[in-house]
Design a protein around this ligand. Sequence first.
Ligand code: NAP
Length: 347
Amino acid sequence: VLSDNVEEILNDDRISIIVEATNDTKSAYQYIKRALTLNKSVVTANKALVSAHFEELSMLAERHHVSFLYEASVGGGIPILKALKDEVILNDISSITGILNGTCNYILSNMFNNNTTYNQALNQAQELGFAEFDPHDDVSGKDTQRKLRILATLGLSTSIKEKDIILHGIEQISTLDIQHIQQLQSTCKLIGEVVKHSDHYYAVVMPCIVCNSSYFSTVNMAYNAVCIRGSHIENLTFYGAGAGASPTADAMMKDVLDVAKGGTLTKSPLKNNPLLNRNETWKDFFYLRINSNNPKLVALIKVLADQVLQQEKQLIILSKKIEYNKVRAILSKYDIKSEEYFIARIK
Ligand SMILES: NC(=O)c1ccc[n+]([C@@H]2O[C@H](COP(=O)([O-])OP(=O)(O)OC[C@H]3O[C@@H](n4cnc5c(N)ncnc54)[C@H](OP(=O)(O)O)[C@@H]3O)[C@@H](O)[C@H]2O)c1
């Protein structure tokens, strides 16, 4: 039975599970709210929607004794969310780290392994259907930020929203950066990470320089990987197809089967364990390339860096372990716009 009328679906008492696979956040929010209120379970792949209304829709489902499931919204075909919900019951999760966006990983793999430029790699990703016609949400890191928001909220049992996550994408990476990173026997990945310490956490989406012998360096092309660290499980790693029609549909149909099988899935997995966001004190080692040779900026930045290279009009810095906020403060003091620098963590 086919219908293009959502009212027909919502008002049909024989339908108890609704599968939502649109890319429309606004309408889908209204449809899903109505469906849950009408005691219908909902399965969705729509990560933008889950990220925007996670707490509200989870509570609404619980109130109406129905399920709200969204396995496909993170990691495509990788069964990460169900596993994470299970691990949280017995484990204190101290970190979640992942390559969560296939488009960015495809672009970076191609730039590093096949010497393509950023634009060539992006065009290829679009031709192969990995990247959207408008790739902004992917390359800006926004898509990874949404997925980390979902993982972190489940894993740390506290509400961590998009605004609680530091965000830098891959748009500014250049062939000069690739050359310098390769000299460090390393590659670059867009990584989302949340780390918990007793009563606080920090959460970041940023390009990461990872050495060629590290696990994340082996995750290439459109594949995703997520590593969870827990008090009993130590490190648990998931790897697989992060997107694509079949893996995504498989994840959605597994949710449908779980709803059909029943069980305890009508209880919201979200908890409210109070944790402070400490992004403002977060420290790391940074690689920073700035399109400027302002001598005052060079003098200031030398204080923060172990190595400063000046190449034509570009400044390349390998920092000491410093607060991210100090880097931001310098960039803002010299009015360096987002398109004038590339920043990465050195893992
Ligand atoms: N593709 C993947 O690998 C993947 C992986 C994980 C999650 N997801 C998520 O899955 C969802 C769908 O992704 P996709 O790649 O299949 O996107 P897509 O190819 O752009 O398809 C979206 C579909 O939704 C329809 N649609 C949009 N607004 C609608 C509305 N208000 N009512 C009814 N139908 C509507 C569109 O119809 P028209 O063409 O007529 O506009 C289109 O057929 C997105 O939320 C995406 O984030 C996708």
